[in-house]
Write a protein that binds this ligand. Structure first.
Ligand code: NAD
Length: 332
């Protein structure tokens, strides 16, 4: 297939090329994101390959359909950036990578917890300046703490297993409960109960109309004072201004985010010579108890391999009219 690959980074090209020998797709790489302003790049392509911050709304879909695109292969599991109904209306098939090393994202959530708690990022910088003081590096034991998990799908389940290993009490909320996790010691409760009792809350549910701003001023008010909030799922699960207010009041004691509501304008790119115009993100980064990473939860060798192989196979299945096992058929 002739495929226009959008939002390409060096590592995307390296991994897709590495596994393309047995497929022989014609992959044309664009660093530009796919959105309504870049659809002209899809002329002459049957397929596009897109990532999490490409804006595949109704207008984009209408334009790429007019250019002859018949299939979109997402290099991601989440598809909240695609108007699924509009894709269906235009007859464009939507394929995704349902899981790529969920352990990698879960482990990154744990990295955020450990860094925020034990302040290894501060210790690293201090010691490089011959400052061996322990002042202001005080952490707490994870052992015995209550960890609240929202969403126990592939990533949430992996996260639960790790936190159980630390000796935490793991309580969870999901619309579907996992018997396997229950057997391992996870206790399912209502959303309000989980959020109200946790010392650490980690979000692992998808972004949908129901979960947008799931964490807001009202939810913060019900949490334990000084709680730690971790979000490796999607930025818009939390209301950013309310989060800033909760940090200012001390109600929120620690925040670790790998995703941000307006991340499209910044994440995945080097802006080190630019003036950041995003006041909310700048304010968030000014807090000493906030850790922001740039959507790197997925970024392991194992995940890149799985993303590449599944994406190439998805495209081949479409090309050869085989059953599309990774087709997105309904809103998330
Ligand atoms: P999954 O589909 O396996 O699990 C999602 C779980 O959320 C399911 O168990 C589902 O029942 C549950 N859920 C749905 N609505 C809910 C609600 N309102 N309240 C509570 N639970 C709800 O997905 P996954 O592979 O575990 O991924 C979870 C999310 O992680 C994805 O949606 C994506 O946004 C994000 N993600 C982030 C990265 C990263 O690099 N940071 C990488 C991959 C995925």
């Amino acid at each position: 297939m002739r495929v226009a690959v959008f939002s390409t980074k060096t590592y995307d090209q390296e991994y897709l090329d590495r596994f393309n020998d047995s497929y022989q797709h014609q992959l044309i790489y664009f660093s530009a994101p796919l959105n309504r302003d870049t659809t002209n790049l899809t002329q002459g392509f049957d397929a596009v390959c897109a990532f999490v911050n490409d804006e595949i709304d109704k207008e984009t879909l209408e334009k790429i359909a007019a250019n002859g695109v018949k299939v979109i292969a997402l290099r991601s599991a989440g598809f909240n950036n695609v108007d699924v109904d509009a894709a269906r209306a235009k007859g464009i098939k939507l394929l995704r990578v349902p899981a790529y090393s969920p352990m990698g994202v879960a482990e990154h959530a744990v990295a955020l917890i450990l860094t925020l708690n034990r302040k290894t990022h501060k210790a690293y910088n201090r010691i490089r300046e011959n400052n061996f003081s322990l002042e202001k590096l005080l952490g707490f034991n994870l052992y015995g703490k209550a960890v609240g998990v929202i969403g126990t799908g592939q990533i949430g389940a992996a996260f639960c297993r790790i936190m159980l290993g630390f000796g935490c009490r793991v309580e969870a909320y999901d619309v579907y409960e996992s018997d396997d996790l229950k057997d391992r010691g996870v206790v399912y409760k209502s959303f309000d109960e989980v959020v109200g009792a946790a010392d650490i809350i980690s979000l692992h549910c998808p972004l949908t109309p129901e979960t947008r701003h799931l964490i807001n001023a009202e939810t913060f008010a019900r949490m334990k004072p000084g709680v730690m909030l971790i979000n490796t799922s999607r930025g818009a699960l939390i209301h950013t201004q309310d989060t800033i207010d909760a940090l200012k009041s001390g109600q929120l004691g620690y925040l670790g985010i790998d995703v941000y509501e307006q991340e499209e304008a910044l994440f995945f790119n080097d802006h080190s010579e630019s003036i950041i115009q995003d006041e909310l993100l700048s304010r968030l980064m000014s807090f000493p108890n906030v850790l922001v990473t740039s959507h790197q939860g997925f970024f392991t060798k194992e995940a890149l391999e799985q993303i590449a192989t599944t994406t190439l196979k998805n495209l081949a299945d479409f090309e050869h009219n085989r059953p599309l096992e990774n087709e997105v058929t309904a809103r998330g």
